[in-house]
Design a protein around this ligand. Structure first.
Ligand code: ADP
Ligand code: MG
Length: 493
């Protein structure tokens, strides 16, 4: 299947090429033709599988660009709204399509002005409903999209959404996209969709096969040391650390910085401006570690996140799937690591059974493990090092006392000792301890053990796609800057 097979407008194919998408993802392959034919749709696919383009491309293809608001996309959070708006802007660029982003916490008047000149409005429910109720905007969109519907439910937006639908025309095409399909969402769908077609990719492959998942068992007081040791051992280029609570985010981010890591926190109590700033610097590689709560990092699409760390486990499988879905995006591989205490063991097993993925128990590396792993680094450092004239005298004088190989050994020792690995040597539980815990759990549950593993087959994500990483970065660096902090209305070309 190729994107050309959809017979989209040239301007869209051009934008798809520019984004570097090699082939449609499964949800795109299934949903795009259905939407092009004019049907309502309920589409379910795990995070990171390209749902935005799955509705964005066919809708853009159908739009007339008649100067009215033709499309309304409702998203659960400001961050997601901005992300979707960016993606639609990218695809609509050559069609000269204007988007307006609408969310709470900023000026009404500017957003109203932007809406008046836009053909796509991407909005969070609260602010949108405000504007509609107070008669500050009148829109008659022909396409209404509920994106990440399950998250809207989680965030308590269900009533708002029902109300929003009182303000949009009955004669419309309605599209509902979600990673999971809880009962209240199905009910909502019955109310607002007309004879919808169903697309479901998530059933078969609930987690992304590009992500390797493992866990380490520690005592509560060892979490910080465990995390830092894993950083030192795995050298993640870019990672998100998930915490359960806002106060953990603040404390951990500050602590990591004090220990020399390049980290920042992200949670819902921060001001919008601050949050945007943190996300921007994370995207621009100005920080390596983002410490975040579930809600703050929901749906965050940042390219090239190498690792996701669960500093604490989430309460159940759904947030776990959302968390680890921040890595392994767009066909890339990713690593998801959970730090769990014995008291979290039961949740771990539950998540594992629900997710149906293989999660390997591992032992936290010792100081020597870290040093040994870094030996390759030393070798390359020595190989690549040019020789300064100034050291020749030094070596000459040393040679009066030692032979050359003794000098080399001594220098290598100095180099190795310079590398300080923090924390005690052994952190966390041994393989034996973990086996014991696993065994105990099995007996508790009357031998039911790990449960049936619905180990996903092939397929969830794009294979071999190029991921379009170039596009993402320049988008953030460039066009965002000027209009940050308010609603953003933009025009292609
Ligand atoms: P979802 O909404 O399902 O979580 P997104 O729409 O945010 O996923 O897409 C995840 C990432 O994958 C984005 O960076 C997007 O640009 C990229 N992407 C989408 N479709 C494709 C494709 N066909 N090939 C390669 N990358 C894609
Ligand atoms: Mg999405």
């Amino acid at each position: 299947m190729k994107f050309e097979d959809f017979n989209l407008k040239d301007e869209l194919n051009q934008a798809i090429n520019k984004a570097g998408f090699a082939e449609p993802s499964p949800v795109q392959a299934d949903a795009i033709p259905i939407i092009l034919e004019g049907n309502d749709i309920i589409a379910q696919a795990q995070t990171g599988t390209g749902k935005t383009a799955a509705f964005g491309l066919p809708v853009l293809n159908k739009m007339k660009c008649d100067g009215t608001v033709e499309t309304l996309v409702i998203c659960p959070t400001r961050e997601l709204a901005m992300q979707v708006s960016d993606e639609l802007f990218k695809f609509g660029k050559y069609l000269n399509i204007k988007t307006a982003t609408v969310y709470g916490g900023t000026s009404y008047s500017r957003q109203i002005k932007h809406i008046q000149s836009a053909s796509i409005v991407v909005a969070t429910p609260g602010r949108l409903l405000d504007l509609l109720k107070n008669n500050q905007i009148q829109i008659s969109p022909k396409f209404v999209i509920l994106d990440e519907a399950d998250e809207m439910l989680d965030m308590g937006f269900l009533e708002d959404i029902k109300n929003i639908f009182k303000f949009v025309p009955k004669d419309r095409q309605t599209l509902l996209f979600s990673a999971t399909m809880p009962a209240p969402i199905k009910k909502l769908a019955e109310k607002i969709l007309k004879d919808p077609k169903h697309v479901s990719i998530a059933k078969k492959d609930i987690t992304n096969e590009n992500i390797t998942q493992s866990y380490y068992v520690v005592e509560e007081y060892e979490r910080d040391d465990a995390l830092m040791r894993l950083f030192d051992f795995k050298n993640p280029s870019k990672s998100i650390v998930f915490c359960k609570m806002k106060r953990d985010v603040d404390r951990l981010a500050t602590y990591l910085v004090s220990q020399g890591y390049s980290a920042k926190g992200l949670h819902g109590d921060m001001e919008q401006r601050q949050r945007e700033e943190v996300i921007r610097s994370f995207k621009a590689d100005a920080i390596e570690v983002l410490v975040a709560t579930d809600v703050a990092a929901r749906g965050l699409d940042v390219k090239n996140i190498s690792h996701v760390f669960n500093y604490q486990l989430p309460f159940d499988a759904e947030p776990y799937v959302h968390r680890i879905g921040r890595t392994g995006r767009g066909g890339k591989t990713g690593v998801a690591v959970s730090i769990v205490t014995p008291s979290e063991f039961r949740s771990l097993k539950k998540i594992q059974a629900d997710v149906g993925a293989k999660m390997e128990a591992k032992i936290i590396p010792t100081i020597d493990d870290v040093k040994n792993k870094n030996q390759d680094g030393f070798i390359n450092q020595i190989k690549g090092q040019h020789i300064d004239d100034a050291v020749c005298d030094l070596i000459d004088s040393l040679k009066e006392e030692f032979d050359l190989s003794t000098i080399a050994y001594k220098l290598a020792t100095i180099l190795a000792n310079q590398q300080k690995v923090k924390g005690k040597n052994n952190i966390g539980k041994s393989q034996k301890d973990i086996e014991f815990l696993l065994e105990r759990m099995k007996n508790d549950r009357g031998g039911n053990g790990g449960g049936r593993n619905r180990r996903g087959g092939r397929g969830g994500n794009f294979r071999g796609g190029r991921g379009g990483s170039g596009g993402g970065r320049s988008r953030d660096g460039g066009s965002r800057g000027g209009s940050r902090g308010g609603s953003r209305g933009r025009q292609g070309k």
